[in-house]
Design a protein around this ligand. Structure first.
Ligand SMILES: NC(=O)c1ccc[n+]([C@@H]2O[C@H](COP(=O)([O-])OP(=O)(O)OC[C@H]3O[C@@H](n4cnc5c(N)ncnc54)[C@H](OP(=O)(O)O)[C@@H]3O)[C@@H](O)[C@H]2O)c1
Length: 176
């Protein structure tokens, strides 16, 4: 089997906010359903703060949690101490799970440090500009291309309208 590809899965507001006080500052049920579909059956890499904000390992997936704390333990999760170790562990788990993808699910610190590893970025762009304290990194247009964008009106359980946007690395032959 080929090396699993690395996808990012993120919900980001128009001002790049992804979180405030360790939660997402919106309620968009449609995004949670999409998150589940995109991560199901896959290893997920996350920072310790994101893991604690979720509160537990999510069913149907394997959680790889990055922390510098040598004493951090979380039942049912795989704890590692660097982003490199996270990728290595997640790749092993992908083989065990027969998954062709590893999902990086945040938060801001982990997205920023692992951006160079991503093969595809699945963004739910929330059409709002909330205050926040965690952000998704800027994507350099010389490195990333918007491959698709579909806008959706807010459903009954969504605070805001949103768009599903996919970014892929610009092929090296495109770079002038
Ligand atoms: N909208 C979304 O899609 C989305 C997704 C995920 C999270 N979020 C939001 O994002 C916020 C959390 O993001 P954040 O940036 O504050 O935190 P984070 O990235 O979730 O976690 C940061 C923590 O990860 C550990 N860490 C980071 N880099 C490391 C490295 N190189 N080696 C070892 N450990 C490392 C450290 O843990 P220790 O301090 O334990 O050492 C650090 O404090 C929350 O508001 C959350 O709700 C939003």
């Amino acid at each position: 089997m080929n090396e699993p590809s690395v996808i990012f899965v993120v919900a980001m507001a128009e001002n790049r906010v992804i979180g405030k006080d360790n939660v997402m500052p919106w309620h968009v049920r449609s995004d949670l359903k999409r998150f589940k579909a995109l991560t199901w059956g896959k290893p997920m890499i996350m920072g310790r703060k994101t893991f604690q904000s979720i509160g537990k390992p999510l069913p149907g997936r394997e959680s790889v949690v990055v922390t510098q704390d040598p004493n951090f333990h979380a039942e049912g999760a795989h704890v590692v101490h660097s982003t490199e170790a996270a990728l290595e562990r997640a790749r092993q788990l992908a083989v065990e799970l027969r998954s062709d993808e590893v999902a990086v699910i945040g938060g801001g610190e982990i997205f920023r440090q692992m951006l160079n590893e991503a093969h595809r970025i699945h963004v739910t762009e929330i059409h709002a500009k909330p205050q926040g304290d965690a952000f998704f990194p800027e994507l350099d247009p010389g490195q990333w291309v918007e491959e698709s964008r579909t806008k959706h009106q807010a459903g009954e359980k969504d605070d805001h309208a949103f768009s599903y946007v996919e970014y892929v690395p610009r092929a090296s032959s495109d770079v002038t």
